[in-house]
Ligand binder design. Structure first.
Ligand code: NAD
Ligand code: DAU
Length: 348
């Protein structure tokens, strides 16, 4: 396949204050990208999951700017795209937590579907040369014990979160098809690494274990997830943007399938905490059994490979959370406490 070589220098990152978005922004502002990146604009609503503190070390970089706003606010998006010569729009902003989508799907539909539609329309209007939709393997549904999700796997989302992401992907697909819109979709498996909000499995279990609190494992704990380090995902998104073809989908995964229970046991061992902290609780309704990704297209066509071995990445992640206790405590002392009570009350 002929390799396309785009090199956007002015980029708009939606959701840049969240987990993956902030790691992506930090990567673009690192020395490795210094000859290329001239401006990184972050648009973020700062929901419960968005935290400017995730970008503290980027705030003084003259190439960095921040807009506090909603992707579903057309005027706000239009202002940014009209006032800056954005060469690539990376769309990370989303409501991202499956359990919250089961409690209330309203913000998922509003942000993940309507927000995406607004971005697509405004990017079209501004003739933004490249749009990257950061999506998820959850759009493919659930696997049995065998097989992998490929880009050809039919969409079969099972949770309201996954359905809202699939709807957004289909909007992007339709804009590419109908308007020759320059969109690329990436779909990745479960990310882990620094700055992940502690409602998600790994940081939640680390934070609970550190406080000698119970670790709530849903159902029998034998659900399988494919773990990838967030920086391997960020590199993949960049390669999809710079070497990928518009109108295409690229899957990313870590080739690290693990049962939840086995992952929780590893975390306890790294933290030197007893397995007696594990508590089996009521299962997540509609819980997807297994995710696993075939990322051979990205390997073949983008020259991408996951580079961070899981053992090393997990140890570094545990160390990061241990060194950032205040970051976790500040988050866990706010609205998150109400969510935690609502989610885990009456589950045992
Ligand atoms: P996150 O919840 O940590 O961050 C989401 C960010 O989006 C936050 O900063 C939040 O303030 C912002 N945001 C939410 N609604 C907004 C709105 N209406 N307008 C502007 N900003 C808004 O999420 P994450 O885990 O970093 O995921 C980022 C993207 O990657 C999502 O699209 C998610 O679906 C996708 N993804 C995540 C994973 C994963 O394992 N976490 C895997 C594959 C794909
Ligand atoms: O696969 C990609 C997806 O991975 C992303 O699209 C989502 O944004 C991201 O949140 C993640 O979804 P999951 O539902 O897989 O992640 P979560 O960390 O919520 O849960 C991982 C597994 O752990 C899942 O099988 C549910 C289980 N779990 C989770 C929590 C929070 C527990 O057993 N106990 C828990 O307390």
């Amino acid at each position: 396949m002929p390799q396309i070589d785009r090199s956007p220098g002015v980029v708009l990152v939606t959701g840049g204050c969240g987990f993956i978005g902030s790691n992506f922004v930090r990567m673009l502002l690192s020395d490795e990208f210094s000859s290329q990146i001239r401006s990184v604009i972050v648009l973020d609503k700062l929901t419960y999951a968005g935290n400017l503190e995730n970008l503290t070390d980027c705030l003084d970089d003259p190439r960095f700017s921040f807009v506090h706003g909603d992707i579903a606010d057309a005027e706000c998006v239009q202002n940014i795209l009209q006032s800056s010569p954005v060469e690539a729009l990376f769309h990370f902003a989303a409501e991202s937590h499956v359990d919250r989508s089961i409690l209330d799907s309203t913000p998922f539909v509003q942000t993940n579907i309507t927000g995406t539609q607004v971005l697509l329309d405004e990017a079209r209007r501004a003739q933004t040369p490249l749009y990257v939709q950061v999506s998820t393997d959850e759009v493919y549904g659930s696997l049995g014990p065998e097989g992998l999700f490929s880009e050809q796997t039919p969409l079969a989302p099972n949770s309201p979160y996954a359905a809202s992401k699939a709807a957004a992907d289909l909007l992007v697909r339709s804009y590419c098809h109908t308007f020759d819109f320059p969109g690329i979709i990436t779909r990745c498996s479960n990310n882990y690494g620094p700055y992940q909000f502690p409602e998600k499995l790994i940081p939640l279990m680390i934070a609970n274990a550190c406080e000698d609190r119970e670790l709530p494992v849903y159902g029998d704990g034998k659900q399988v997830r494919d773990w990838i380090h967030v920086l391997d995902h960020c590199r993949g998104i960049w390669l999809a943007a710079t070497r990928g073809e518009t109108g295409e989908v690229y899957n990313f995964g870590g080739r690290t399938e693990l049962e939840n229970l086995s992952l929780v046991r590893r975390l306890l061992s790294l933290l030197n905490k007893p397995e007696s902290l594990i508590r089996f609780v009521k299962d997540r309704p509609g819980h997807d059994r297994r995710y696993a990704i075939d990322c051979s297209k990205a390997e073949r066509e983008l020259g991408w490979f996951p580079q961070i071995p899981f053992e090393q990445g997990l140890q570094e992640t545990v160390d990061w959370y241990l060194q950032h206790e205040e970051w976790i405590n500040r988050i866990r002392s706010g609205d998150y406490r109400d969510y935690y009570d609502q989610q885990y009350r009456n589950r045992s």
